[in-house]
Design a protein. Sequence first.
Length: 261
Amino acid sequence: MRNGKLLVLAVLMSTAAFVSAQQAGKPKPEDTEVWSPEPPVVTPGATCGAAPSDAMVLFDGKNLNEWVSAQDHTPARWVVAGGVMTVRKAPGVGNIETKRRFKNYQLHVEWKIPADITGSGQARGNSGVFLASTGPGDDGYELQVMDSYQNKTYVNGMAGSIYKQAIPLANANRKPGEWQTYDIVWMAPEFHADGSLKTPAYVTVFFNGVLVENHFQLKGQTLYIGKPFYKEYDRAPIKLQAHGDKSEPISYRNIWVRNIP
């Protein structure tokens, strides 16, 4: 009987040891918890569309201090009034671009087509946000700005398109006279030491809160004529277009950018 009790005790002890060993090897929640380094604290804007605490404000309605003429880098000469800046249609004025250069970033831009806009197709409130303005002789990388509310044009050239490359996933346009919003994530192309392409550019765009470009891979610069191609650059300004047609001037406000490490 005693031998039987000893056997039972030995079995129980062996089982307990086995269970303990199993529990010791069992994954725990803390095995996959990461505590450091902690992300930086960023305070969101107080209202929808307002710049967060780590953003660089490019236009706050007061002046064009962050902008220059894209043609000759002289001070920008668009019209600033009532908290907005408006394309100036005058000889020698043209496109404007940021003084600073950027690589990868998050960009917020608000724009408006005049309520009394005339014309049709591409000649109806045409402008553009160039996500990388790589030089006066280059086309760069354009996110189209124009009136696409009940206004037909080629779909890879409508508002929300990456010009001549990406058709927007939806037509999220508001009526002319109402403010429109672009929220953009731009991941710049990277190049090898010999200038050949290493990684293409990618862009994600929300248009009035609607996803219209979902991590789209660009084929190169957004050319008006011909096939896109890449040309080496590192950092570049952000450019706003003063289109050369007769469409009414476009207005912009509340522009800010956040660098992405």
